[in-house]
Design a protein around this ligand. Structure first.
Ligand SMILES: Nc1ncnc2c1ncn2[C@@H]1O[C@H](COP(=O)(O)OP(=O)(O)O)[C@@H](O)[C@H]1O
Ligand SMILES: [Mg+2]
Length: 294
């Protein structure tokens, strides 16, 4: 039996053993447009979920711009690339963030994965499999732009949170993300909306209404609004001091809102399907097979 087959058998056995435990739920956080507050949202949403007793790992897939690790004031030593090239195990690349949030730097282009030899990829997947019942939630923070890779991430996730500001450019880009994703699937992916940087409650409501109307009218897609974050200078201050705003300013408007968002998200997840059907291993398996078929 070749090595790849042995690994595949191992992974199936592992999967059967793990079937009883719930898989980590994978949430992609995206926007199309850059600089709208995705990374700040991801980190503080993770912290809010943690306050509700959930275990959260952030996987940083934004390879191009400033990362979550800077917002936490940590410097990751390793990344998923080290796992892929067998320099480190999956447990070595999980950084213990200072605020109880665990963090993995992506550090690899997904298209690289489809060019790599199969045994390496299977080893990589078996490493990810070890992690798949480890956390309640794995948040994927993505970069700017609407690429085929982003579409793959969204289709492989359990759900997606769109972070949108009231600016028409941001609304247009978030809409474009949904529209592009629908071009690649006949299913109805789950999208949630978070409006960020609204100057007034009315502006937030109008933004949410514009997104919902466009989504139901032109895409025939339901879009649930999780909540609003107002323009809040505490976010700017927290970025400067490299402390998440939920920790540095727990009583500020953004902190109150992010807790409400986590609070409204959790029962929603339980209502739809509390058990992830994908998990982190399934996520990457899907990315790889999608990558090959396209
Ligand atoms: N609600 C907000 N109020 C004020 N400033 C904000 C808010 N959200 C984001 N910002 C500012 O926008 C900047 C970019 O946010 P970031 O989370 O890095 O965006 P992205 O990850 O989408 O590129 C932050 O450094 C912060 O200064
Ligand atoms: Mg970012």
């Amino acid at each position: 039996m070749d090595q790849a087959q042995t690994l595949r058998d191992y992974m199936h056995r592992f999967h059967d053993q793990q079937e009883q435990k719930p898989l980590s739920r994978i949430i992609t956080i995206t926007s199309g447009k850059g600089g709208v507050g995705k990374s700040n949202f991801s980190l503080n949403f993770a912290l809010a979920l943690k306050e509700f007793g959930k275990k959260v790992v952030i996987l940083d897939l934004d390879l191009s711009t400033a990362n979550i690790n800077i917002l936490m004031g940590i410097r990751p030593r390793y990344s998923l690339a080290d796992v892929l090239y067998q320099r480190k195990s999956i447990w070595d690349v999980i950084e213990q963030g200072t605020f109880g949030i665990e963090y993995i730097a992506g550090g690899l282009e997904m298209e690289d994965l489809s060019k790599i030899d199969q045994t390496k990829v299977l080893l990589f997947l078996s490493q990810l499999q070890e992690l798949q019942t480890y956390a309640d939630f794995i948040l994927l923070d993505t970069g700017a732009g609407i690429s085929k890779e982003l579409v793959d991430f969204i289709l492989a996730s359990d759900e997606t949170i769109l972070v949108t500001t009231p600016e028409p450019t941001s609304i247009a880009d978030s809409y474009a993300v949904m529209k592009t994703v629908l071009r690649y699937t006949s299913q109805t992916p789950t999208f949630f909306l978070v409006v960020n940087r609204a100057r007034s409650y009315l502006e937030a409501v109008e933004t949410s209404r514009a997104m919902k109307n466009a989504s139901s009218k032109f895409l025939k897609m339901p879009l649930k609004t999780l909540g609003f974050l107002m323009e809040d200078e505490h976010i700017y201050k927290s970025v400067k001091s490299q402390m998440p705003f939920l920790i540095a300013y727990p009583k500020c408007s953004a902190s109150k809102s992010i807790k409400e968002i986590a609070y409204s998200y959790l029962p929603d997840v339980n209502r739809t399907s509390s058990v992830s059907t994908k998990g982190l291993h399934g996520f990457f398996e899907k990315i790889l097979s999608l990558g090959k078929s396209s």
